[in-house]
Design a binder for this molecule. Sequence first.
Ligand code: SF4
Length: 424
Amino acid sequence: MAKVADCTYNSCVRENLLLELAKMIPRRKTRQINVGGVLIGGNAPVSIQSMTSTYTYDIDATVAQIRALAKAGCDIVRVAVPEKRDTDALPAILDQSPVPIVADVHFHFERALEAVEAGVHKIRLNPGNIQDRKQVDRVIAACRDRGIPIRVGVNEGSVVERKDKQLRAAQQSDLQVDRRTHLIRLMVEILEDYMRIFDDNKFHDVVISAKSIDAGMVIDAYRAISERFDLPLHLGVTHAGPPETGRIRSIAALGSLLSMGVGDTIRISYAADPVFEVDDGKELLCSLGMRNRLEPELIACPTCGRIEIDLIKLTADVKKKLVGIKTPVKVAIMGCVVNGPGEAEGADVAIFAGKGKGIIYVQGEQTCTVSEDDMLEALHREVVAFAQRVERGEVQLGQRDVTITPPDPLPRKDGTIPLPTIRN
Ligand code: SF4
């Protein structure tokens, strides 16, 4: 048998490695808080957060977006409350929201008190943005009375002193020597100042964050604060940009931290529809073995010079077609019968395409050969049928570890490609 080059993409192997990694890496122990029934920290699963992009006073639009986020898998949704009309809308929003709501307060302590009164499940504020300490104490007291946690955070862009010119000059001279180290030191010091306020008020239901636009900085900052505090950590990259670039920054930073056992709740933030944030957050946690999949998982080869069908279009079409199936069937779409079978090991339903045709396998059993035109419908049919068998308890997901030996890649004399043989 001719030796063929290994396919460069092996998602199964990668995923198994990540799962093993996730099992091996202990989560850093933190205090636990309760946000409207969703636990954050301690041994609670890492939760996914997002934020609405609507005007909160527009109740219908905000509720519609909260529902879309919850449907996508978001555990907690934050809404901005810059104005009184926003906090006025909170009771109606809370009545209709399927998930806990966080009120994001910026400068006005009154908005925090109104949000607490409305019954929100968490407040996000920075004590440094509220000038009068007594006002901060009032917000903390109100949250304590209602058992509402508070998130406080620091951002790279706001840690350097702005008002005290002498202090600012000293900090900037430090930053010129070693920007990252000094920024992280400032972040930790500001969080320490905030924590003193909470300690003075005997308030401990606090989540902290330390964001930056730079993935490496985010990793170092969170590592530093995780060593300094035992509080639950809200992970995020600030102003990450559109999904095309923000995705790389966010996954690099959050994936690294979660792999180290650091992080209790995440928000991936994009300049786009926030549902994308939730989709990617969910995929990140599933890939790290930190969240169970609730829907099919798609594996597809990246295509190469051996490809003989329009696999990229087929993959996009299959992805859309599988929406709504609530069983985490592993589905593989492979562009050839040469390397494809090896790459699709572990898939419950797989198609191997070649010369305008596709061979479909269900847990290692060849079920049919279809033309390129019929691939989408046939694959969908097989996935649905397999999912129903799983739901009826007739088969288990990933039950059969199938080894498929690739055939000789050279076509036979009549031009056909030999079918792969299967070993169970
Ligand atoms: S067509 Fe796809 S499965 Fe086959 S060798 Fe190329 S990348 Fe791998």
